[in-house]
Design a protein around this ligand. Structure first.
Ligand code: SAM
Length: 386
């Protein structure tokens, strides 16, 4: 993996987070970061020269902290939906001996603070982009420098319309290393801003339940196909079980577990702040009397859970991190699940057939049963034996 990142401010050593990445060709930054940094440095220098003070910089969606590290001298507020992005930023700042005293990390659901310069790395999810632009429109003014970047292929007419409607006149630069920079000028009268209300709430098929989805949560508007199969194979609970919904997203699997009305303790974990809040709202809206049985935990897989503490873990594992398709998070979830299960505890997952997770679980747990299958998915269960 190339970890040497050359910027105008020097060479940084940046790593993707978590560190155990099998695909060594992936870097912790890309050309869209480079473009944003070049223009940010110009804007910061110009601001300091004209205003006689350092600007306050708001950095949104900085996957592994490349922007934060390259601009480490300025006062920064970094907004992320991802706990891994927060951790990656802290790790990379520490590894490069960059103080974190001028860094304030806030989550995607916090109110954005005002800022002199906004740097936005475009998310691939358009709902989340719309949400970010709506939050920005509440705090920027016509003097705020607003710079955004992405791969040129992702800056479509639709994306430019979102910027213009939410913020005001916006233009995209020529393409540099397959990326473009969007410069926006906030106008007090944005064109007919089409405000979308988040979170989105949709009915769960075949039930009276509704599911709450914040803008950046998996399966935003309807049930995921894998989750649909797993919902048909939700295990039978017993009173006093400790159960974990690992990578809970909107909480739809946990909701079905609670519906059995057993005295279980349910732990819902995810690395997305929006997922955790969606899960909390999904359960609060549908089974408010069972909310007290639940804990909602932001985590990287099951790092915060103690060994041999759970009776059952259910999981619809992720297959990508940011834009990269990867198995390493699923693998980490499997390893953590084995550590956290009690002897005799069960781990049940849904997976795409072609991923061949049965073999992975068989190797790890020494057993794995296929409980069901359809043309696309399998339901697998492994038991922790001594
Ligand atoms: C395929 S989705 C499943 C969501 C939900 N359980 C469902 O079935 O609809 C995978 C979930 O794993 C979460 N996730 C990804 N990486 C994670 C990590 N390192 N730790 C915890 N959760 C993670 C994602 O945010 C996403 O919500």
């Amino acid at each position: 993996m190339n970890i040497n990142f050359q910027t105008q401010t020097g060479t940084l050593q940046l790593r993707r987070w978590p560190l155990n990445q099998p695909n060594t060709s992936l870097q912790a930054w890309d050309a869209a970061d480079e473009l944003l940094i070049t223009h940010a440095i110009e804007a910061i220098n110009q601001f300091a020269a004209t205003q006689q003070r350092q600007p306050k910089v708001l950095i949104i969606n900085d996957s592994f902290g490349a922007l934060s590290c390259a601009l480490a001298d300025c006062q920064q507020i970094q907004v992320n939906d991802s706990f891994l992005a927060e951790q990656g930023t802290l790790y990379n700042r520490q590894q490069n001996n960059l103080s974190t005293q001028n860094l304030n990390q806030i989550t995607s659901l916090d109110t954005y603070p005002d800022a002199d310069i906004v740097l936005l790395k475009l998310p691939s999810n358009h709902s989340y982009l719309q949400y970010i632009l709506q939050q920005l429109a509440k705090v920027v003014n016509d003097k705020t420098v607003i710079l955004s970047s992405a791969k040129a292929k992702d800056i479509t007419r639709n994306v430019m319309t979102m910027f213009e409607q939410s913020l005001g006149p916006s233009s995209a630069s020529l393409t540099v290393k397959k990326c473009r920079l969007i410069t926006s000028q906030f106008s007090n009268k944005p064109q007919q801003a089409k405000t979308v209300t988040f979170p989105i709430v949709w009915p769960l098929e075949g039930t009276d339940f509704t599911v709450v989805n914040h803008a950046n949560v998996f399966s935003r508007e309807k049930l995921d196909l894998g989750a649909r199969v797993l919902l048909q194979h939700i295990p039978q609970m017993q009173d006093h079980y400790t159960v974990i919904d690992l990578g809970c997203g909107n909480g739809v699997l946990g909701l079905k577990l609670l519906q059995q009305d057993k005295q279980i303790k349910l732990i819902l974990c995810d690395e997305s702040y929006m997922a955790i809040d969606s899960a909390r709202q999904t359960i609060a809206n549908n089974l408010p009397q069972q909310l007290a049985q639940c804990q909602f935990i932001i985590d990287d897989c099951l790092q915060k859970q103690t060994d041999k503490s759970a009776d059952y873990i259910i999981c619809n594992p992720p297959f990508h991190q940011q834009q990269a398709v990867t198995r390493h998070i699923a693998n980490q979830m499997f390893t953590d699940a084995k550590r956290v299960l009690k002897q005799g505890g069960h781990f049940r997952i849904v997976a795409n057939r072609h991923l061949n997770y049965a073999e992975v679980l068989q190797r790890l747990f020494g057993n794995c049963r296929q409980l069901a299958a359809d043309p696309k998915f399998v339901i697998l269960e492994a038991i922790k034996r001594s």
